[in-house]
Design a protein around this ligand. Structure first.
Ligand SMILES: *Cc1c(COP(=O)(O)O)cnc(C)c1O
Length: 219
């Protein structure tokens, strides 16, 4: 059962490589989204040499990952879930990349935590690409100002992240995010999940966030 995750990893990696090549892009980094899965489920991927993982909750990651990071050198941990400002310091301490910077209060909290700790995880600006009511991410029109604010505060913003609306073709949203990143001079694109990572790779994703296609459905 758990060994299956390793063969799925190889399949997904090959599909990403093929799709990116079709789109004339570099193969994206595969973030294995291990939220809700325990250390025993994650370990086969670590044993197989995979090192890039994503979690959506700071507390869950803090309980699971320090021991795994001690056991396996070179783990790169990505925070892909909404971040509350009061957890900014914990997130800065634990994660190498934060994908969900989306509002001034969080920018301020992250800047303070980075200044205090001297650790500066790379960050993505999250955009609410479908302009959906209760989704995270800044509005499309606000992105340039939010980027300027984050940079002024000292956050190393490397790209844009988005989660397109559910149940519709994601491709136009991926294309829009890519266009925004180009216009803002940002190189990295965090887009694509289990259902659409190939499309995202064709459209220039630098990072795809894949959970269930690797680990199976979450309980
Ligand atoms: C859970 C999650 C994913 C992975 O979802 P799958 O459909 O299981 O691949 C990707 N991105 C974010 C922000 C998530 O919360």
């Amino acid at each position: 059962m758990t060994d299956d995750s390793v063969s799925r990893l190889h399949t997904v990696s090959a599909e990403l490589q093929r799709a990116a090549k079709l789109g004339d892009h570099a193969t994206p980094t595969l973030i294995a989204v291990s939220k809700t899965h325990d250390a025993d489920t994650i370990r086969p991927l670590l044993e197989a040499g995979h090192r890039v993982f994503g979690e959506n909750r700071v507390q869950e990651a803090a309980a699971k990952w320090p021991a795994l990071c001690d056991a396996y050198a070179g783990v790169e941990l990505h925070l892909i879930g909404q971040l509350q400002s009061n957890k900014a310091a914990d997130a800065v301490a634990l994660f190498d990349v934060i994908h969900t910077v989306d509002r001034p209060s969080l920018i301020a909290a992250l800047a303070e935590a980075m200044d205090k700790s001297g650790k500066r995880p790379a960050c993505f600006l999250q955009v609410n690409i479908g302009e959906e009511e209760q989704k995270g991410g800044c509005a499309i029109a606000e992105a340039p100002a939010m980027l300027a604010e984050a940079r002024a505060a000292g956050l190393p913003i490397i790209g844009l992240m988005a989660i397109p609306p559910h149940g519709v073709d994601a491709a136009p949203y991926f294309a829009l995010l890519a266009k925004m990143a180009r216009e803002l001079g940002l190189e990295k694109l965090s887009m694509g999940m289990s259902e659409d990572y190939e499309v995202a790779a064709m459209l220039g994703a630098s990072h795809v966030r894949v959970g269930s296609a690797l680990f199976g459905a979450r309980g």
